[in-house]
Design a protein. Structure first.
Length: 276
């Protein structure tokens, strides 16, 4: 029996289908279809690519809203301040150009891979996710939304409809560092995103997030606090700053290598952001 396929145009209609049909949400499908292999699709499918309320990037009241079905190519092409350069750099690492044209921001988050390229930059931008159901919306910090590998805070009947980021300080800049086994089309061994602001030669705004080194990407808040008031590159990164990282050994790298790489990534990213 063929699976039911729904392609609503209106967000309210999509949320009603979430309530009544409990479908699987598909947008770009760049994770959904490869993960299934040859398995037959039997569950209802909700295609949200035609819901206009879920597309686009827009500033409102000093918050940037990114619609859940916006693609990584949409992010790359958007006119955004330098604090978003790390997010754009990460967007260019999400597979090939064809994947960037189809894959969506929300799909990258709901897939909840510890190696999702978009997550560390979004964390450094203090991103919140907007979740909605037929009962209404709610907003959750991205760090709380991601629970672990393939685990999120999505409840039954909910969908991720947007991301919201407060406007960063005007003088802030950002950078993204990714380590992989080759240059292109590779899953991260370790990755780091930073947003920093510098006044009078000293850092006065700092956000640092690391991915692929824990069950989910991690903000290094102690390091952020210690960076305030220091010159770029002057702070020695200590094991205490990396205490929240719990890298694993897998086919891509061992845990020790990952942990040794991160301080170098952080330093390079901070200097790149400051040079920018």
């Amino acid at each position: 029996m063929a699976a039911a396929y729904f392609a609503p145009l209106d967000l309210d209609d999509a949320l009603e289908l979430m309530r009544t049909e409990r479908p699987v949400i598909v947008a770009g499908g760049t994770d959904f279809f490869p993960a299934r292999g040859r398995a037959q699709i039997t569950e209802p499918i909700l295609d949200i690519t035609r819901v206009t309320a879920l597309r686009g990037l827009e500033w409102k009241d000093d918050w940037l809203r990114i619609g859940a079905a916006s693609t990584w190519s949409d992010v790359i092409r958007a006119d955004l301040p330098p604090a978003f350069d790390a997010l754009k750099a990460a967007a260019r690492e999400v597979g090939s150009v064809q994947i960037q044209n189809a894959g969506t921001v929300a799909g990258n988050l709901c897939n909840a891979s510890p190696a999702a390229d978009g997550v560390p930059p979004l964390m450094t931008l203090d991103a919140e996710v907007e979740l909605a159901s037929s009962d209404g919306p709610r907003r959750v910090p991205l760090e709380q939304f991601l629970k672990g590998p393939r685990q999120t805070d999505l409840q039954a009947g909910e969908m991720l409809v947007a991301l919201h980021m407060p406007r960063p300080p005007a003088h802030a800049a950002s950078a993204f560092e990714k380590l992989g086994a080759r240059k292109y089309l590779v899953i991260s061994i370790a990755m780091t995103a930073v947003v920093v602001g510098v006044r009078d030669g000293l850092i006065d705004h700092a956000r640092v997030a690391v991915g692929s080194c824990a069950p989910k990407a991690v903000r290094l808040r102690q390091l952020e606090a210690d960076l305030i008031g220091t010159a770029p590159g002057a702070l020695a990164i200590t094991p205490d700053h990396l205490a929240e990282l719990t890298p694993i050994t897998d086919v891509r790298a061992d845990a020790t290598y990952r942990l040794e790489a991160v301080p170098h990534q952080i330093t390079r990213a901070i200097m790149a952001a400051c040079d920018g």
